[in-house]
Design a protein around this ligand. Structure first.
Ligand code: ATP
Ligand code: MG
Length: 728
């Protein structure tokens, strides 16, 4: 068989059409697992093998690095390994290529630095220090959001290119703006570009240097975009611009899988593609190849509840397969262990560990799963993240605990300056020498040195006293109590709070919660020594086992576009999925996006799909956990339940969901200038709205005070105009 036949074999009619319609503007809209990416990669191979195009003249972009890597692999399998596939990439990856060639047009060196989120936080840490602000003012997340907002227009680039000053607003955002300007100055000094800059610089250069734009337009004969539903207007403009010479743009996507709206994705770009390009051809695929009907039905059923969508049902010819499963556990460790047991059972039936993916909405959920897998000796890796017990904040807390019990040097070195006590390298070296000389531990050496220290070194004495106090306390209070005292008294919590990285605080809360659970199981008998022994298992891990045959843990966002034989969606708890913070920030729209996330999670599964959740406390709300509202949207004959879900929990969950829905749909949207009256009496006038904190600023005439009152609070009503005049 020749290569072209090989490329075209095994494609269905619609895919064949997509592959061979090489010229012009072409759109493929299709549901999950319908072979969109397969069509796109086959088309790429067809352009190379069938039309003789060089890989350097075809741009092929998708949303994540993982997906780009997967695409490159698929193309390699069809069109061979010898071509340079570096233009199969992400939007950002492509921008880096343009800038490495042409950034000198705006006097930047080609060897500019690329900043990831961690680098951004490092810069912000500096900026916060210089401006004397902490996360009490706003978190890093909020600062980064503001920076991105300021960078949503290209004005700042004009200022950079023309050496002009960046304007600072005098309004409510004054301080955030100052952060922005300082951040920018630090970036410029290091010729460092963050992710927003990559695309902004590229567009700016294209807009202002016609020769550069033409060069790239001429170079890219064919452009293909996967996962188009998650493109932002700027990203889409980039490919639109590049396609204007050869006019070959091929876009594929599934509006139901839009999961980056919170970051500016505009599914309308795909949905209205034919309006923007009236001669565009549209190809629709509705056969699903990847999942069993049982899985597909579940996905179809859930996504139907979204109001903003184009209805399309997927069908499949695959055999029905096994039922989807919901497992309800009494507590989270039961949830994790059940998953581990199920994996072990299936591995005995000749499946590989690498056939399993465990997906979750939020990183901290991985803790209980990781513990269960380790306990059961199941090899795993965390994709696109760090193992829970290797995260910095977790190591910090555990090191304090270890120092209290064992007084070991490793823990000592980790925490002596965390948070900073102004004890520099020279000081530590000195301690090390004393320790070697007297053959004692570093902690003992420090104790020995205390009397000789000048009064300016109070940090050291304080540290020694703290640890000694903890040693006494550990026999008086519970482990969780001690952890709390450590967090408060050492300043760890304050440090992480000042740091503004919310994920770290979430992880610490998750750790505290897990200790409380252990204590409850143990009827309060858990000692610190026992706890550390238990935890040692998770922290001194032997990572040598087979790298490839492992269970994969990742967030749903990371799993997009990929498929796995067995998928567990764990932590399927209301407040986690849908996420409490997203709902708080974006209301009903967030719920729809979270529902699409659930749809994405379900449709990752080929053979079997499990959703699991457990009882316990939600650390964000402090309330009892209950299953996700999405679970109650699924007809019960579409899955089987294992474990017992008590009726009281169902009733409680439904009542809670109902209450929240009412709040979400509450028509009480007030405006500045409205006069409101309170249930308990009294009146006030809204003088401002703070969307960031989601509060009205209300002036209370009677007590002559101004207060923030949260949006959606049911205790006040608008006073109609007439009543107002009567009052006055
Ligand atoms: P997603 O919406 O998740 O991005 P997709 O539409 O891109 O999915 P693919 O990943 O291309 O779908 O394909 C899903 C699975 O179906 C893959 O394993 C692929 O090999 C298989 N597949 C696609 N088309 C066919 C076909 N015509 N015959 C057999 N298998 C197919
Ligand atoms: Mg795909």
């Amino acid at each position: 068989m020749n290569t072209i036949d090989k490329i075209l074999e095994n494609l269905n009619g619609q895919q064949l059409k997509a592959v061979t319609t090489t010229e012009g503007y072409v759109r493929v809209i299709a549901g999950a697992g319908s072979g969109k990416t397969k069509a796109l990669t086959s088309r790429y191979a067809y352009l190379v093998e069938g039309l003789g195009m060089d890989a350097s003249n075809i741009l092929c972009v998708t949303f994540t690095n993982k997906a780009a890597g997967e695409m490159r692999n698929r193309v390699k399998r069809i069109a061979g390994n010898e071509n340079d596939y570096s233009y199969i990439t992400t939007y950002h990856g492509f921008c880096v290529k343009v800038l490495r060639e042409d950034i000198n047009k705006i006097q930047y060196p080609r060897q500019f630095v690329i900043m990831d989120v961690e680098d951004q936080k490092t810069v912000l840490r500096d900026v916060y220090g210089e401006l004397g602000i902490t996360s009490k003012n706003f978190t890093f997340k909020q600062a980064i959001k503001h920076i991105e907002m300021r960078k949503s227009s290209l004005d700042y680039l004009e200022c950079i290119a023309e050496n002009k000053e960046i304007p600072i607003s005098n309004g409510a955002d004054y301080l955030l703006d100052k952060v922005f300007v300082k951040y920018l100055q630090k970036q410029q000094r290091n010729f460092a570009l963050d992710f927003s800059d990559l695309i902004n610089f590229t567009l700016y250069i294209f807009d202002n240097h016609a020769d550069v734009l033409e060069k790239w337009q001429n170079r890219m004969y064919y452009i293909q975009v996967d996962e188009t539903q998650d493109s932002s207007p700027k990203q889409f403009y980039l490919v639109d611009l590049l396609s204007r010479v050869h006019k070959n743009l091929f876009v594929v996507g599934d509006p139901d899988q839009t999961i980056y709206e919170w970051r500016g994705a505009k599914p309308e770009l795909l949905v209205d593609f034919d309006k923007q390009f009236p001669r565009a051809q549209t190809i629709v695929m509705n056969q699903n190849y990847s999942s069993t009907p049982n899985i597909l039905n579940l996905g179809n059923h859930i996504i139907k509840n979204n109001k903003i969508r184009i209805d399309k049902d997927m069908v499949t010819a695959n055999s029905p397969g096994v039922d989807a499963v919901h497992y309800h556990a009494k507590n989270d460790s039961e949830e994790g262990l059940w998953i581990a047991a199920e994996i072990k059972r299936l591995v005995k039936e000749n499946n590989k560990y690498s056939d399993f993916a465990i997906l979750y909405r939020a990183n901290h959920v991985s803790r209980v799963i990781e513990q269960s897998l380790i306990k059961e000796g199941i090899p795993y890796s965390v994709w696109g993240g760090i193992r829970f017990f290797e995260r910095r904040e977790i190591k910090d807390v555990l090191s304090y605990l270890r120092l209290v019990v064992f007084g070991d040097d490793l823990s000592f070195l980790r925490v002596i300056n965390t948070p900073s006590r102004g004890l520099g390298k020279m000081f530590i070296d000195d301690i090390k020498q004393i320790a070697t000389r007297c053959d004692i531990s570093l902690f003992e050496a420090l104790e020995k040195k205390l009397p000789t220290l000048p009064p300016g070194r109070r940090g050291a004495a304080k540290f020694v006293n703290l640890i000694k106090a903890f040693r006494k306390r550990k026999d008086e209070i519970s482990v969780s109590g001690l952890v709390k005292e450590i967090l408060d008294n050492t300043g760890l919590t304050a440090m992480y709070r000042a740091d503004g990285d919310e994920d770290r605080l979430d992880n610490i809360k998750e750790l505290q919660n897990s200790i409380i659970n252990l204590e409850n199981d143990d009827a309060g008998k858990l000692t610190l020594e026992n706890y550390l022994q238990e935890i040692a298992l998770y922290t001194d891990m032997d990572l040598d086992n087979d790298k490839n045959d492992r269970v994969k843990l990742m967030t749903i966002h990371t799993a997009k576009g990929l498929e796995f034989p067995y998928v567990f969606l764990c932590g399927f708890t209301d407040g986690v999925l849908p996420g409490y913070m997203s709902i708080k920030e974006r209301g009903e729209r967030a719920i729809e996006e979270e529902r699409r996330l659930t749809y994405v999670a379900i449709t990752r599964a080929e053979k079997a799909f499990y959703m699991t959740e457990s009882e316990g406390l939600n650390f964000r709300t402090g309330m009892s956990k209950h299953p996700s509202r999405f679970l109650f949207e699924i007809r019960e004959n579409l899955y089987v339940r294992q474990g017992i879900l008590p009726v009281e929990i169902i009733i409680q969950a439904k009542a809670q969901i109902h209450l929240e829905n009412e709040k979400l749909n509450s028509p009480q949207i007030y405006e500045v200038g409205d006069v409101v009256s309170f249930n308990i009496g009294g009146e006030g006038k809204i003088i401002a709205k703070d969307d960031r904190r989601r509060v009205y600023i209300i002036e209370l005439g009677k007590i002559n005070s101004v207060r923030p009152i949260r949006y959606g609070w049911q205790g006040m009503k608008k006073v109609e105009k007439q009543a107002m005049t009567n009052d006055q």
